[in-house]
Design a protein around this ligand. Sequence first.
Ligand code: PHE
Length: 474
Amino acid sequence: MVATAASPREGWSSRSAFILAAIGAAVGLGNLWRFPTLAGENGGGAFVLFYIGCVFLLGLPLLLAEIFIGRAGQSDAVGSIRNVAAQSGVSTRWSLFGGLGALAAFLIVSFYSVVAGWVLYYVGVFGMDLLQALLAGDPFRGALQGQSQEVIAGRMGNLFASPGLLLTMHLLFMGATLFTVARGVSGGIEKAATWLMPAFFVLLVGITIYGAVVGDVGEAVAFLFTPDWSKLTPEVMNAALGQALFSLSLGVAGIITYGSYIQEGTKLGSTAAAIAIADTGVALLAGLMIFPIVFAVGLDPAAGPTLVFQTLPFAFEAMPAGSLIGFLFFILILVAAITSSISLLEVPTAWGVGEMGWSRHKSALIFGAGAFAIGVFCLLGYNVLADVRPLGFWSIFAETDILDTVDGFTGKIMLPLGALLASLFIGWRADRRLLETTTGLSNGMFMVWRFLLAWVCPLAVTIILVTGLFPSLL
Ligand code: PHE
């Protein structure tokens, strides 16, 4: 290929900058909201251990595959796959799955921003509460003093009933995401990650220690790590597999895009392992942070999606310094969510720059505004458009509102499909020498990696895909 006279491609300033940004992308609502929700709903131990298995047998090989495509392809998702395919002498039509990934990322960021908007609202609620506590000269009191459980739980219903409030939060969050992406890779995304991720870890460890001191860690550890294998039903395994993909940001070409900004000569295998370990560590710590608090006050771990928004605030009411910790807790989730939404918006943005020749500003604005608009429909689905079932003709989506439909369609179909194609492409079609030299894996590791990608990943992901489409098979 002839080098063009275009300005040099943007990139990370160092390997650690990439690792931080990629951890920022991976660690998000998936770790702090979805993982505890699923672990709680699915009975703890067996789900958690099976999940860890999925991360290392399925997630890690795929993570390395996506990093490889980006590093070797040196372009946006579509362009990177096309380049790798061309260098491997196979059809460049494989690049279609990059386009599928970019579309999925665009759709995911639309509702991700809405959910992050709820978090932002709770930051506001607990921020006001903390302010009142400070003004009352009692900064370490429990949160939301004197409010009944009905009032606290009702807050979420009130939020959902208010299109204006939901819209404001969504706008603020999407605006911040767009602003960062528009500023570019090293100037925006990397800066955000290098400031926010250390703050994130300090908060995470701090609140976990708090939970250990005031909460019931013993029960939480037993719940999270004692497997009752009878609870490991096909549905639970399916949920764990899907969660592993989602949590590691796989199947949406996000890691391909971030990987394309890595400098030459970076060791990819250990980099991928660091990201997978950090992401899983954060999910487990999130469990160890949340469940001791939930158990200490005798609440139900299986509360579902409202666990974080309704159940935990009850707990913060009853705990010492609950006001302060509640505020920090929601800041923590917000920080994790924004570094993830940035990575989601970056995928279509890079596509617009690379394939359409748009400026970064223009591309970010087009996709940011488009995702915002779809998000508006999602949030109206809780109030004005509550009866709308966008894919109601399709049995698996017959009962799902707008947000859950976008979530379900991307999560159950697009994401596994993207992961399946990525594993087939790298497992079977990519040039072996190119793989070896770019990844720098030892011989033995290389064999294991390629075997997992060629056989284990396609099989497991096909199971997720088929059972997601035809749940009656389970
Ligand atoms: N991994 C992110 C999370 O756990 C979500 C995400 C998915 C981000 C896909 C980017 C791409 O919240």
